[in-house]
Design a binder for this molecule. Structure first.
Ligand code: FNR
Length: 383
């Protein structure tokens, strides 16, 4: 099957990944209402078709997180993406570099920071959660700076972990026993291509950056349990002072939906703020990010760069987010699925698709430059 659009990669990934892994990526918290509204609210926004405006030269390049980018898009942090394809984070980082967009490595990646930075020539960005063990955090920040990481993305919407019913049903979350192991084993056996590519040839199967603190041979479910125990639920805005003491590069705060929180992030020294509900994987019932974005952008009023993620599934969606105040968007599931479907080439093809869709949407809304996008290109609902 040829992937004609972003959603096609999801279909392809489903045929390639063991069931529990597909569900881990695809799922959201509880009823998944917020996850669905991320996509639906974006798609409900109508664009204003404007014609006869010389759209023969369209420039999609812009600045994002202090960098010149070919598209206002970054590959957002996706934990355990290295399970989607062999040495998955390396493949995705290479595709991002080739297409001129930033790659943000999740702290909880399979490939270590050293492996990923060694595989590309430009700087990689690192995402981190607040970990209870501050010595470990300090060491990791030092490692990152030494490896040329210039941007730290601190994710703040995971003080506690929400539940995903799909992970409970698949046995990925919860009590582990011989039954859950057998179920996973049979799901892996049903996907021999993945078992060979990732299971046999894709090792070592460790959490690259956390290998020093996790038991050797720890599997996916042990890792998820470790996250629950070691992420710091006592974090407040004051802790950003600690981050600032140990990190002198660019600081991006990810996981803000509320204007008051956005202002607090500005006060705490954030250079960029990512309006995000973690792809609908945390507070079920929270608004979609596209609904939350305008109020955050208005409150911040240029004090920090505003980015958005959650629910972006096409180049048209990118335009919608930019029209409502984002300077760029992050992708989560779309690149995770493209990687699972076709590896590095899949991620590159996905970015090409988005580029093409964006260029068409720009042309047909009469726009030629990212800097000119404004709410003017949108129409009120029910028009
Ligand atoms: C995530 N996300 C995430 N965020 C983060 O800051 N650190 C992480 O390690 C992860 N891990 C992760 C794993 C998986 C499987 C998914 C799907 C998501 C959230 C991610 O960065 C992003 O906010 C959302 O995925 C955006 O929503 P979409 O694009 O998936 O709809």
């Amino acid at each position: 099957m040829i992937a004609a659009c972003i959603d096609d990669f999801r279909v392809l990934a489903k045929t390639r990944l063991p069931r529990f892994l597909f569900d881990y990526i695809d799922g959201g918290s509880y009823s998944e209402a917020t996850m669905r509204s991320n996509v639906a609210d974006l798609q409900a926004l109508r664009l204003r078709q404007q014609v006869m405006r010389d759209v023969s030269a369209i420039d999609l390049s812009t600045m994002m997180m202090g960098r010149k980018v070919a598209l206002p898009i970054a590959l957002g942090p996706v934990g355990l993406a290295g399970l989607n394809a062999r040495r998955g984070e390396v493949q995705a980082a290479r595709a991002a570099e080739a297409k001129g967009v930033p790659f943000i490595l999740s702290a909880v990646s399979c490939c270590s920071l050293e492996e990923v930075t060694g595989a590309v020539s430009g700087p990689v960005m690192l995402q981190l959660y607040m970990i209870r063990d501050r010595d470990f955090m300090r060491d990791l920040l030092g490692r990152a700076a030494a490896l040329g990481v210039d941007t730290l993305v601190l994710t703040v919407d995971l003080a506690v972990q929400s539940a995903r019913y799909r992970d409970v049903r698949s046995g990925l979350a919860g009590v582990q026993g011989i039954d859950t192991q057998l179920r996973r084993f049979s799901q892996i056996a049903a996907r021999p291509g993945w078992a060979w590519d990732v299971g046999v040839r894709g090792g070592p199967h460790t959490l690259g950056n956390f290998a020093p603190v996790m038991k050797e041979g720890a599997g996916l479910s042990q890792f998820l349990a470790w996250v629950g125990r070691n992420f710091d639920a006592s974090i407040t805005w004051k802790d950003l002072d600690w981050i600032r003491q140990h990190w002198s590069g660019r600081l991006v705060i990810k996981g803000v939906l509320d204007p008051d929180d956005a202002l607090a992030a500005c006060d705490a020294g954030a250079d960029s703020i990512i309006v995000s509900n973690h792809g609908g994987r945390q507070l079920d019932g929270a608004p979609s990010t596209i609904a939350a974005l305008p109020a955050v952008a208005k409150a911040v009023g240029g004090r920090a760069e505003i980015l958005m993620d959650s629910g972006v599934r096409s180049g048209v969606d990118v335009l919608r987010a930019l029209a409502l105040g984002a300077k760029g968007v992050l992708l989560g599931r779309p690149w995770a699925f493209a990687l699972a479907a076709r590896g590095e080439a899949g991620v590159a093809a996905m970015l090409d698709l988005l580029r093409h869709e964006m260029a068409v949407a720009m042309a047909l809304t009469g726009q030629t430059s990212i800097a000119d996008l404004s709410p003017d290109i949108l129409l009120p609902l029910n028009t």
